[in-house]
Design a protein around this ligand. Structure first.
Ligand SMILES: [Zn+2]
Length: 232
């Protein structure tokens, strides 16, 4: 009997000695199938067919999360990340009080007119200020620990690039990184500091990383799986 799939997918054929077909949902909510090299397409399609309920649910969930993480509305109860934890927002507009974003007792308080762009701006300003304080302190800490000198610490608005180290050892970090857990921030800080010794991602670089922070791979993985949370 001929089976074919009604769900589009990307097929990756594995030359490794893998014995089973596996599936995952990619960054763009697409279905990715990994199968042993010589698996007939009909068998893969049958596999997709059998799992279609699960697949539809997983894709739907992924899409919803994607949308949720992208479109912040800055409304009461919405949660925002800070140092790896999310905290609820209290949003209001009190004209006689100072406008802006305040963080107190595990809540964000936003006093601003009901204009999303304005509210977003207050969040970014607050995150940037916290990022500057926090990253500077962590760079100082690890500079002493590893006896490395960074020229300066700058905060950027980069969306994909969490940190960088220039030719002249000026370090930059995206303000979005302040939303990540402290251990992950430390990974990025140590990573950029190690670029003072070795500019490229050579094997020497990863050796330096390994000895400076033996569990760095864990943090790097966390990053790949969670960076969708850092959208404002
Ligand atoms: Zn790097």
């Amino acid at each position: 009997m001929q089976f074919y799939s009604n769900i589009p997918y990307t097929l990756k054929k594995s030359r490794k000695r893998r014995k089973t077909i596996s599936l995952q949902i990619g960054d763009k909510s697409e279905l990715i199938i990994t199968a042993p090299y010589f698996t007939p397409i009909s068998e893969i399609n049958r596999f997709v067919q059998e799992k279609q309920n699960w697949i539809h649910k997983a894709i739907q969930k992924h899409k919803e999360e994607l949308i949720k993480s992208k479109a912040k509305e800055y409304i009461p109860g919405e949660r925002f990340y800070y140092l790896g934890e999310s905290f609820p927002l209290e949003a209001f507009f009190e004209q006689n009080e100072r406008e802006g974003l305040f963080f107190w007792d595990n809540h964000f308080y936003l006093n601003a007119p009901d204009v999303p762009a304005k509210k977003r701006e207050y969040f970014i300003r607050w995150y940037k200020r916290k990022a500057k304080e926090y990253f500077t302190a962590r760079v100082d800490f690890y500079s002493r620990e590893f006896n490395l000198r960074a020229k300066s610490v700058r905060i950027t608005s980069a969306e994909k690039r969490w940190g960088s180290c220039s030719e002249k050892d000026n370090l930059s970090f995206s303000f979005r990184l302040i939303m990540a857990p402290p251990a992950v921030i430390d990974y990025v800080v140590v990573h950029e500091l190690m670029h003072i010794k070795e500019k490229s991602h050579s094997s020497r670089f990863w050796q330096l990383m390994e000895s400076a922070m033996p569990q760095y791979k864990l943090h790097r993985r966390w990053f790949k799986e969670n960076n969708h949370k850092f959208v404002l």
